[in-house]
Design a protein around this ligand. Structure first.
Ligand SMILES: Cc1cc2nc3c(=O)[nH]c(=O)nc-3n(C[C@H](O)[C@H](O)[C@H](O)COP(=O)(O)O)c2cc1C
Length: 361
């Protein structure tokens, strides 16, 4: 039986256990220059020090126009490399592997940051405004921005990168029929819709070498699981080493329901992907893994290769130790407070409880 403590080798990176920190943007940590701050380093170091096997650093913009908001982490210029270097060193000191999630918002661009651009002209955050359809030349330029950021990530000491291919951002917009109406080589068939990311994976592999871990966080449903798997097959063919599975834009698959399993339907997408890719590509599932028993259940029953932990690790940076060593922990309250967005309250009740407990002890 696989145990949560068992290492796993992804490409050539040895990950010491099956627990990964899911990418989680922390707007309150970044400034407008997009550089890593001391607060970022402390945030990730703490999770690494408490046993996390692999840290996937939050969505990081490949151009200023692709940021979620003005205070958002970036790697669009060389001046940003040093901060990331300090961050990767902090994780490596604690033997955590670390990869960086690269992103562009595309159609859902924040107008404070840049224009809304994407595979097709479709409604944006303001439904009365349409996005600009990218020309093939603009697509190639955008791929270059992702590639440049990946090369910088390698210089900064990351073990690899992750392409943000879900949650409705640019790469997801290419694969979704709702946002991609193109009739050229970047639209239509599954292969064509996957082309933007697949070409990118091949170019990153060529530039960053065979040992560089390339992951995609992909939509587990778009609009159904079979199509989403076919898209991911294109990524794997191109050289993707590791799939983390979350949600996409369209959900039209009645086979994905809450069906009495101890995990939710979002997490079940990762389980379905794991069945599909078993023995070929490691898969991680995410969503609602907020307690130790569920994390263990998913690994020990071989329903996934790794578990991706987001809010559990925001609520308690030592959640991995709780899973690995059966220690007590503060459980995420499953409230909407940490859902990202400037202006959202960032006071996490679990964090408040942790601080109060610390004062008492
Ligand atoms: C505060 C916050 C920030 C997030 N930032 C990202 C991100 O940068 N990239 C990403 O792919 N998902 C992001 N997500 C989604 C999480 O990675 C994860 O998929 C989701 O929270 C469900 O997992 P959980 O139940 O373990 O929290 C974010 C979620 C939260 C709550």
């Amino acid at each position: 039986m696989v145990q949560v403590n068992d290492p796993i080798t992804i490409n050539r990176t040895v990950i010491k256990n099956r627990l990964t920190m899911a990418p989680t943007v922390k707007f309150d940590l970044a400034g407008e220059d997009g550089k890593v701050t001391e607060k970022h380093i402390a945030h990730y170091r703490e999770r690494a020090a408490h046993g996390c096997g692999l840290i996937c650093v939050e969505a990081t913009a490949v151009t200023p126009g692709g940021r979620f908001a003005k205070n958002h982490l970036g790697l669009w210029e060389d001046a940003q490399i040093n901060g990331h270097k300090a961050l990767t060193q902090a994780c490596h000191e604690h033997e955590a592997a670390v990869i960086l999630q690269l992103n562009h918002t595309g159609i859902t661009a924040n107008p404070d940051c840049g224009p809304s651009i994407g595979p097709s002209a479709v409604p944006t955050r303001d439904p009365s405004v349409l996005s600009k359809e990218m020309s093939v030349e603009e697509i190639h330029e955008m791929q270059q921005h992702f590639l440049d950021a990946a090369v910088r990530a390698k210089k900064a000491g990351y073990d690899g990168i992750q392409l943000h291919g879900c949650h409705g951002y640019l790469i997801n917009q290419f694969i979704s029929l709702k946002t991609n109406h193109r009739t050229d080589e970047y639209g239509g068939s599954t292969e064509n819709r996957a082309r933007f990311a697949a070409e990118l994976i091949r170019r990153i592999r060529k530039e960053c070498g065979d040992a560089f871990l390339i992951s995609v966080r992909t939509a587990g449903i778009e609009p159904d699981v079979a199509t989403a798997c076919a898209i991911a097959e294109e990524y794997v063919k191109a050289g993707c080493d590791y799939l983390q599975v979350s949600t996409g834009i369209e959900w039209e698959d009645p086979s994905v329901t809450e069906n009495g399993e101890p995990y939710n339907r979002f997490c079940s997408l990762g389980v379905r992907f794991h069945e599909h890719f078993k023995g070929r590509v490691p898969v991680s599932c995410v969503n609602g893994i907020l307690d130790v028993s569920l994390a263990r259940y998913l690994i020990e029953n071989e329903l996934t290769d790794t578990v991706d932990l987001a809010r559990a690790l925001l609520a308690d940076p030592a959640f991995c130790e709780a899973v690995l060593e059966d220690r007590p922990y503060v459980k995420c309250f499953n409230c909407p407070r940490c859902q990202y967005g400037p202006g959202m309250p960032h006071k996490c009740p679990a964090e408040m409880k942790r601080n109060a407990d610390r004062e008492l002890s």
